[in-house]
Design a protein around this ligand. Structure first.
Ligand code: OAD
Length: 247
């Protein structure tokens, strides 16, 4: 398969020591996880204000948890795709490599990535409403809805960032710091619509990084990106890898 611009991007990466990557729902779509704003996107079928806000959870924790239980079940039954796997491989190749993701599906970790900043949390973690303690929970389907804290019995919530909530300041600071240091930033499978994640590539660009977007469709970032590779991440990343590593 020939995709225009792949070879020059591989050449840029070959010379890079510090690489940052921002991923969004598009990278998991080839695994079978729905995106948010695409044709069959979640926010075209469901109202975010009913399911992904603190108010919605206060109003009806059972409804919110039923939706998260459905999403967890969907994700539990899919596998990381070649795009996730290529990024996991690159973590071992580049001297500095940080993977910043907006995804909560945990597929990057399942593919083998270790240096991950999860901006929007993780669907496999729950947070106690009383103690704020965060625990992993892989039950799918959940045994009880809403699920309860194993230590105090209070209801837990998904450890994800909802509309109207702030991101973990430590995670966000580390993401911006990585973007200010990187020489190359790859922006993969995000509509570049949700803040503050959407600011990260602009910040990297202002700090002098080459910004490379991989997405089949144009986004608000496309016109300012140094390179824009049009296509699916699962096709393009392995192709870049072939030029980069010869494997
Ligand atoms: P979106 O659903 O907004 O955008 C997905 C992007 O992926 C689109 O630009 C698609 O064109 C692109 N895409 C689709 N298939 C692709 C493929 N195979 N390879 C590469 N790109 C592909 O998802 P996000 O930008 O991740 O927040 O959305 C950001 C946030 O909005 C999410 O983290 C979520 C949502 O509300 C929270 O839940 C807090």
């Amino acid at each position: 398969m020939e995709i225009e611009g792949v070879r020059p991007v591989a050449e840029i990466l070959r010379k890079a020591g510090r690489v940052a990557v921002l991923t969004g729902a598009g990278i998991s779509s080839e695994s079978g996880v729905p995106t948010f704003r695409g044709k069959d996107g979640l926010w075209r079928q469901f109202r975010a204000e009913d399911l992904a806000t603190p108010e919605a959870f206060r109003r009806d924790p059972k409804l919110v948890w039923e939706w998260y239980d459905w999403r967890r079940g969907l994700i539990a039954n899919v596998e990381p795709n070649p795009a996730h796997k290529t990024l996991a491989k690159w973590e071992k190749i580049f001297p500095e490599f940080i993977l910043i993701t907006q995804n909560v599906d945990g597929l990057h970790a399942r593919a083998g990535s270790r240096h991950i900043l999860e901006l929007h949390g993780n669907i496999w973690k729950v947070r106690c409403l009383k103690e704020d303690a965060i625990t992993e929970s892989f039950d799918s389907p959940l045994r009880e809805i809403p699920p309860r804290c194993p230590s105090c019995g209070e209801i837990v919530r998904p450890h994800v960032v909802w509309f109207g909530e702030s991101l973990d300041p430590d995670v966000l600071e580390r993401a911006f710091a990585s973007c200010s240091r990187c020489e190359v930033m790859l922006v993969i499978g995000t509509s570049a619509y949700v803040q503050p994640a959407a600011s990260l590539p602009l910040y990297a660009s202002e700090a002098g990084a080459v910004v490379i977007e991989i997405n089949p469709d144009p986004t608000p970032l496309t016109s300012s990106a140094s390179h824009s590779l049009k296509g699916k991440a699962g096709d393009i990343l392995p192709l870049i890898d072939q030029f980069l590593t010869g494997s």
